[in-house]
Design a protein around this ligand. Structure first.
Ligand SMILES: [Zn+2]
Length: 322
């Protein structure tokens, strides 16, 4: 069921699907789904740079937090991993990853689960009235699911009233309900909302997404040059304030994308990654994940990049030597 079937109030009527009122509402278009398809979810979750997210969710589902905040990535990736988490929480097969095939997974994927409430802030702001409408339902146990899912996509689109209303909802214990909030960066949300959430940071936007990466071109060039020659990078990173967390994260995301292409054999033979075998590529993926974790732990971005560059350069040299 799509948005046009929805009725006013928190829950659609006869088919009993997720909330589609207010911010969630938009014309029904079966050829234009609001959430990523199962194929997209499978492809995205299988990418090497998303392995960290998959593993994290597999552990987290054992004792799911009431609220999960997904930041980083692109809008589509945040929506995709929100849906992935909703499926994982309720998958009938109870595996470390959702099966996307059982009745529960299908209902979430098709947005027709009775216990799935979606507020879509991607196109218009999430309104306080939308949240109020669903609030009464939250006192009841889920109808069919193990865990009811309330998803607020791009929650930064909430006005202050709506954000405070959501905060009140989160302040009360909601057994059987999991909230998912997405936002480009946690700083875009009320700190009190953030402090009540488990935060999961997706790899930062990839080239070709709507977020431009033109300002990292010089860094990419300097890094590639360093990997080949071992020179010319630290003179740039040592300039005070030359690098911020976002720039390094996007540089890493760019490398992760090239790595993903190299693993499936889709990279040009002149590219430096094409010299590496699968084992070396997987080690490279681990190194990139370590770098992202350090960034998340607020290690100085210039130090993170220098560490990463040194590790990569050494890896390439060892390989040539061996
Ligand atoms: Zn399933």
């Amino acid at each position: 069921m799509r948005a046009a079937d929805s009725v006013s109030g928190a829950r659609a009527g006869k088919t009993g699907t997720a909330s589609k009122n207010g911010a969630a509402a938009r014309p029904a278009q079966d050829d234009c789904p609001r959430l990523p398809s199962p194929d997209t979810l499978t492809a995205l979750s299988a990418l090497p740079h998303n392995e960290r997210v998959r593993c994290f969710m597999a552990r987290l589902v054992q004792k799911a937090p009431q609220t999960l905040l997904l930041e980083g990535g692109t809008v589509m990736e945040r929506a995709a991993f929100s849906l992935y988490w909703a499926c994982l929480l309720n998958c009938e097969n109870r595996g470390p990853t959702p099966c996307f095939a059982c009745d529960s997974c299908r209902r979430f994927l098709e947005e027709r689960h009775h216990d799935f409430f979606l507020f879509d802030g991607r196109e218009q702001s999430i309104k306080i009235g939308d949240l109020r409408a669903v609030r009464a339902t939250l006192g009841e146990p889920p109808r069919h699911a193990r865990t009811r899912v309330v998803l607020l996509l791009e929650a930064q689109s909430m006005g202050n009233d709506a954000a405070n209303s959501q905060l009140k909802i989160l302040e009360e214990p909601r057994p059987g309900t999991c909230f998912i909030l997405t936002a480009p960066q946690r700083e875009r949300l009320l700190p009190t909302l953030v402090s009540r959430s488990w935060i999961l940071t997706l790899a930062w936007p990839q080239p070709g997404s709507q977020e431009t990466d033109s300002d990292i071109e010089n860094w990419k060039e300097a890094l590639q040059n360093f990997l080949r020659t071992g020179k010319g990078l630290f003179s740039h990173t040592s300039i005070k304030g030359a690098l911020d967390k976002n720039t390094v994260a996007r540089l890493v995301a760019n490398l992760q994308r090239q790595l993903a292409q190299a693993i499936i054999g889709g990279i040009a033979t002149e590219h430096i990654f094409s010299e590496l075998d699968l084992h070396a590529l997987r080690r490279l993926d681990e190194t990139l994940n370590h770098c992202l974790e350090s960034l998340e732990a607020s290690v100085n971005p210039a130090l993170c990049l220098e560490w990463l560059a040194t590790r990569l350069h050494t890896g390439f040299q060892d390989r040539k030597g061996g």
